[in-house]
Design a protein around this ligand. Structure first.
Ligand SMILES: [Zn+2]
Length: 55
């Protein structure tokens, strides 16, 4: 895996490079990014529901 998947050392979070949401596990960030690339601007509620809110 490329370092494309930003890992957040402080909280151990993974960011979706497409929409910028943070996830507790890399698999979710990947899933989100895959979705975001195909459906820009329409995140899957089932996926973003598990996102960690940054602010
Ligand atoms: Zn996303």
């Amino acid at each position: 895996m490329p370092s494309y998947w930003e890992r957040m050392p402080a909280k151990n979070l993974f960011a979706c490079p497409e929409c910028g949401l943070f996830y507790p596990v890399e698999a979710l960030a990947k899933k989100c990014a895959a979705w975001c690339r195909v459906h820009p601007g329409t995140c899957d509620p089932g996926i973003i529901g598990q996102a960690v809110k940054k602010r």
